[in-house]
Each structure stands twice: as structure tokens, then as C-alpha cells.
Write a protein that binds this ligand. Structure first.
Ligand code: ATP
Ligand code: MG
Length: 430
């Protein structure tokens, strides 16, 4: 006999196909999608267009720098202008070579990337050639194959200034034209680190920093316009309830006015509605999407923490798990942290001061709550509480190999009479 509850995949698809439709063009909410209009970026588009228009007459545009916080449309406007400019050029179309410096991050790989993009065939190997040889080869191919303007877009350019070699390559790239006869290059740097200019080598700044374009964060009204435009393309008519976009815009505006976040929230809400086979996207879907995204963010943050900080968090986790009533102090955390350094391979025991810095960082990130109180005879004491779901934290640690063995470890410190007595006193004093 067939189990009546068995999942029938064919029926599921059938129902799915005939069920309510949420998305008309879901891709329109993907980060790579470039819309036909970029609301509230007129000033920036105009400036980039003015500075690069001389390409149409065969002249070389100046290098320029775009900066502003994350999700403010820097990459999108540059891609947008590049498309428009390309459409306007009848002959000798400019080349646009786009390099994300957080991915292509070494000087060698940047030069190889530019060369390989232009050559299309003769590839420079991923390692091995001396830099001056690739450099000569690059100059040769630029003059030979490009013979017009070549834009070098260095996105996340701040990644390069962290190392000396990165600064050198920036200097070299901004001076390419001095060694070129037919081709001319123009560097467009993009950064979301506002202080980035302070770290630039003055020689680089003198050419790259001549023209800069600032991207301010979006406010809630601006985000609402951006989302409305995108929603028209992405969703079927009438699917989005009236209060959904204002809510989405308000939530994203609170979080630094990041358009990427706002779009992500709307997309996630749409996906939740589609998955539940609902007819429309409502307030509730946005709330759920926000929770899901927050959870994703926590998972990503914890997985990306340095090992030492993860051990500190494990100590807090173990106290919360095995003694939920225990009032946690930074001293307890250090004691259990020290126990854990004996149990987790490759962890050196750091000083209490360093651990206190990690506790502060976890507090700032919203993973824990801390409260400093004066405890009379005991002096000022920091009390700590986990501010995220215990089960979520356990699931995250289960996915990190090094921690699997300690998740069921009952800390010895919690069993000590001395610690128990002190904790009882704290309970009364608090
Ligand atoms: N004015 C706008 N109109 C429509 N969509 C926008 C606008 N500004 C940004 N977006 C969209 O928001 C997302 C993020 O924009 P973009 O990638 O350009 O941000 P960014 O400033 O480069 O951020 P980061 O510094 O993190 O790289 C993209 O999907 C982009 O299409
Ligand atoms: Mg970008």
C-alpha cells in the first residue's frame, strides 16, 4: 500500500504550475541586473557621462574615483554608463575591462586578467612570468589590439591599498599612457571605504583623485522609488500589497540606506510568498524575510570570526546550554575559554585582556549583550547574556569541524563550589 502522505513530485509540479504566480521576471531582483533607469543617481550618472564623453571624439578621459557606502549604486552606475556610451559609439568602441580587486587581488593576476581579456586567445599563465615581462606584453597588446580607449574599472580598489605591491600596481596602471602610442587607458576606481583616499600613495592620488564622484546613502523615500521601479519589472501586477514597499524601504533605510539590502529583502519576501503558494506578497512576508536574512547574516558572521573569537563564543554557548540560570561574568568566560584551549586543537591561550576585546566585539555585533555593574566587594563586573537563539548557535557550531567535539562538553568550572557560591551572591545582588 502506498503511503497517502508520500510526496508526489508530479502533482506538486502540476499544482505549482497552475497555482498563483508571484514573479514575472525574478532576475530583475538579482544584484547583476542593470535596470534601464537608476532613480536618484542622476547627478552621478551625469558626472561620469560628462567625464567620459570625450571618448566619442577619440580623446582620453581622465581617471576617476567613485566612492560611497555599500549598496549606493556605484557599480551599477558605471556599468550603466558603459552600456550607454557603447551604444553611442559607431566605430572604435571603447574597451571596458572590469576587475573586482577582492577577487582578482594580486598585481600579477590583475595584469594577466587585463592581458587575457584583450588577447582572448594567447593566455598568460596564472603564475610564473616576471612582472616586467607581462607589463611589456600588456603594453604591446594594448597598442596593437585596442587602438582606442580602454577603461580599466578597478572595483573594490581599496583591497589593493592594503599591501605595498597593490599600491605599486595602482601607480603603474595610472601611468600606462606614458608608454602607449595608439591606445589610451583610463582608470575608474570604485571604493566603499570612505577613508580609502587617505591611504592612497600621493603619486596615485594625483592622477586618480583628480575627479571624484561621491555616492551618498539612500533615504527611505529614495529606496521606495528604486524598489517601486524594480517591482514593476519583477512581479506580476497587483501581487505586491500597498504597505510592502514602504516597509521594505524603511527597514533598509534604517540599515545604512543600502539598495542591495532593500532589493534582497523584497526578493526574499517574494520567494517566501511563492514557496507558500500565496497570491500576494504582504507585510508578514517582509517580516519573515527580514528574520531569515538576519539569521543568514548571523551565520555568515560567526563562521567568518577568527578562531579565538569562536572559542570565546563557544564558552558562552556552553554555559548557556548547561547552566541556563548561571549569571555569566567575563571571568567565567575566561575560565571556560581556558578549558577549551586544552581541548580544541591549534588554539593558543590568550590573555584575559585579549579575550575581553573579543567579548566587546561580539557585543558590538549583536551576538551577546553585556552589562557592566558595580558589585560592591567584588568591584565592577561585566555580565554577559547570549542575544541569539541557542539552537541556531549550536547548529552553526556543528558545521565547524573543530567545534563538533566540544559542543557536549560540560565545563568543569561550572561545578566548582567557589564559582557556584559567587554566582548565588550575584543572583541576589543583581
Ligand atoms: N539608483 C538605483 N536604482 C536602481 N537600482 C539601484 C540603484 N542603486 C543601486 N541599485 C541596485 O542596488 C544593488 C547594489 O548596487 P551596486 O552594486 O551598484 O552598489 P555599490 O555601491 O557598488 O555597492 P558595493 O560598495 O557594496 O559594491 C544593485 O542590484 C543595483 O542594481
Ligand atoms: Mg560595487
Amino acid at each position: 500500500m502506498k503511503n497517502p502522505k508520500e510526496f508526489n513530485i508530479d502533482k506538486f509540479y502540476e499544482k505549482y504550475r497552475s497555482g498563483p504566480k508571484i514573479f514575472k521576471k525574478r532576475d530583475a531582483l538579482e544584484p547583476s541586473f542593470i535596470p534601464d533607469e537608476l532613480p536618484h543617481r542622476d547627478a552621478q550618472i551625469q558626472k561620469v557621462a560628462e567625464l567620459t564623453a570625450c571618448t566619442l571624439l577619440g580623446d582620453t578621459p581622465p581617471s576617476l574615483l567613485c566612492y560611497g557606502p555599500t549598496g549606493t549604486g556605484k557599480t551599477a552606475t558605471i556599468r550603466y554608463v558603459s552600456q550607454k556610451l557603447e551604444q553611442q559609439c559607431t566605430e572604435d568602441k571603447p574597451w571596458w575591462i572590469y576587475i573586482n580587486c577582492s577577487v582578482v587581488s594580486t598585481p600579477y593576476r590583475i595584469l594577466a586578467h587585463i592581458y587575457n581579456r584583450i588577447s582572448g586567445s594567447e593566455k598568460i599563465p596564472p603564475t610564473g612570468l616576471p612582472k616586467d615581462i607581462i607589463f611589456k606584453k600588456l603594453l604591446g597588446i594594448l597598442d596593437q589590439k585596442v587602438q582606442s580607449i580602454c577603461f580599466l574599472v578597478l572595483d573594490e580598489i581599496d583591497m589593493l591599498t592594503e599591501k605595498k605591491k597593490g599600491t605599486e600596481i595602482l601607480y603603474d596602471l595610472t601611468r600606462l599612457n606614458e608608454n602607449l602610442d595608439y591606445c589610451k587607458t583610463s582608470v575608474i576606481g570604485i571604493s566603499n571605504k570612505l577613508k580609502f583616499k587617505d591611504y592612497l600613495d600621493p603619486r596615485v592620488l594625483s592622477s586618480l583623485g583628480q575627479e571624484h564622484i561621491v555616492y551618498p546613502s539612500y533615504n527611505a523615500d529614495e529606496l521606495r522609488d528604486i524598489l517601486n521601479e524594480r517591482a514593476k519589472i519583477a512581479f506580476h501586477e497587483g501581487v505586491i500589497k500597498d504597505d510592502v514597499i514602504p516597509l521594505c524601504a524603511a527597514l533598509a533605510a534604517k540599515e545604512h540606506g543600502d539598495a542591495r539590502k532593500a532589493l534582497q529583502l523584497l526578493r526574499k519576501a517574494g520567494e517566501l510568498a511563492a514557496r507558500a503558494q500565496n497570491k500576494s506578497v504582504t507585510h508578514k512576508h517582509i517580516d519573515d524575510a527580514q528574520n531569515d536574512l538576519e539569521e543568514d547574516h548571523i551565520v555568515e558572521y560567526i563562521k567568518g570570526l577568527p578562531l579565538q573569537a569562536q572559542v570565546v563564543l563557544t564558552a558562552i554557548f556552553l554555559i548557556s546550554k548547561f547552566s541556563p540560570d548561571h549569571i555569566i561574568t567575563s571571568g567565567d568566560i575566561y575560565g571556560i575559554y581556558s578549558e577549551l584551549t586544552q581541548k580544541i586543537p591549534g588554539v593558543r591561550r590568550l590573555t584575559e585582556r585579549r579575550i575581553s576585546d573579543y567579548i566587546n566585539e561580539l557585543d558590538l555585533a549583536g551576538i551577546i549583550l553585556t552589562n557592566l555593574k558595580s558589585m560592591g566587594h567584588y568591584g565592577r563586573t561585566k555580565f554577559i547574556k547570549l542575544d541569539i537563539d541557542l539552537e541556531l548557535l549550536e547548529n552553526i557550531f556543528m558545521e565547524i569541524d573543530k567545534f563538533q567535539n566540544v559542543l557536549n562538553y560540560k565545563p568543569v568550572l561550572l561545578q566548582l563550589d567557589k564559582v557556584k557560591i559567587k554566582n548565588n551572591i550575584f543572583k541576589k545582588l543583581i
